[in-house]
Design a protein around this ligand. Structure first.
Ligand code: ADP
Ligand code: MG
Length: 238
């Protein structure tokens, strides 16, 4: 079943064509990586899907409904950024529970859902800690839990592990995979790391200069690059 339809999306900033005629369908429960060099338009596509940036032209459908003009908080999407910006004056539990409080849910439901989200990211029992008492990887897990607790239909991740070391990145990658399998959540994961995209993705969309050059399963992208650019970009892997 198609969860997300991105149709002919474009976005210009002044004279910069950040995104040009991008179309992409994502199935329910699928993990698609947007892969491309810096400045290729990945974040702009993701921000438009999340509703944080308005498309110049084109449309976005979730579950068949046009959400192009729907604000972020009513899109059923969740977003995780590279800089997690946790609230340092609140403990981990409060950081994760915050979005539920805004929704005015009851105390017990907030507790149950927050604990479930912390459990999902392997942080059971960390609720009373302050963000400053956690490692960088654990803080990024809290950021992930903060999105998961709202039970988004589509989780959008923008280079969420870019600031972490290789070892941690690989562990969190596994965790994202597991969450995606267990919760059946649809994900779009932005990265400029070929190894990350090829390890994580059901399908990879390779971007260059605001356009998608190829969308395929990782093994297909690797064996049958459709353009010189894709061949070169994938070839940088070792
Ligand atoms: P990526 O995430 O692949 O690095 P971006 O989507 O951030 O790429 O940026 C694509 C292009 O759009 C870049 O040339 C960038 O400078 C430009 N751009 C992105 N956001 C803005 C903005 N708010 N104002 C002006 N230019 C922008
Ligand atoms: Mg970016």
């Amino acid at each position: 079943m198609t969860k997300l339809e991105v149709k002919n999306l474009s976005r210009t900033f002044g004279s910069t064509r950040a995104v040009e005629d991008v179309s992409l369908n994502v199935d329910e429960g699928e993990l698609v990586c947007l892969l491309g060099p810096s400045g290729s338009g990945k974040s702009t596509v993701l921000r438009m899907i999340g509703g944080f940036e308005r498309p110049s032209t084109g449309s976005i459908l979730i579950d068949g409904a046009d959400v192009t003009n729907v604000p972020p908080e009513r899109r059923a999407t969740g977003m995780v950024f590279q800089s997690h910006a946790l609230w340092t004056h609140m403990n981990v539990f409060a950081n994760v529970a915050f979005g539920l409080k805004l929704r005015r849910l009851g105390r017990e439901e907030i507790r149950t859902r927050t604990e479930r989200a912390l459990n999902m990211v392997g942080l059971t029992g960390y609720g009373n800690r302050r963000p400053s008492q956690l490692s960088g990887g654990q803080q990024q897990r809290v950021a992930l839990a903060r999105s998961l607790v709202l039970e988004p239909k589509i989780l959008l991740l923008d280079e969420p592990f870019a600031s972490l070391d290789q070892h941690l990145r690989e562990r969190l990658r596994e965790e994202v995979r597991e969450i995606q399998h267990r919760a059946g959540i649809t994900m779009i994961f932005v990265t400029h790391g070929q190894d990350e995209a090829l390890a994580l993705a059901d399908r990879v969309a390779i971007m260059r200069d605001g356009r998608i050059e190829q969308v395929d399963r990782p093994d297909v992208v690797y064996r049958q690059p459709q353009t010189e650019f894709v061949a070169g970009f994938i070839g940088q892997m070792n």
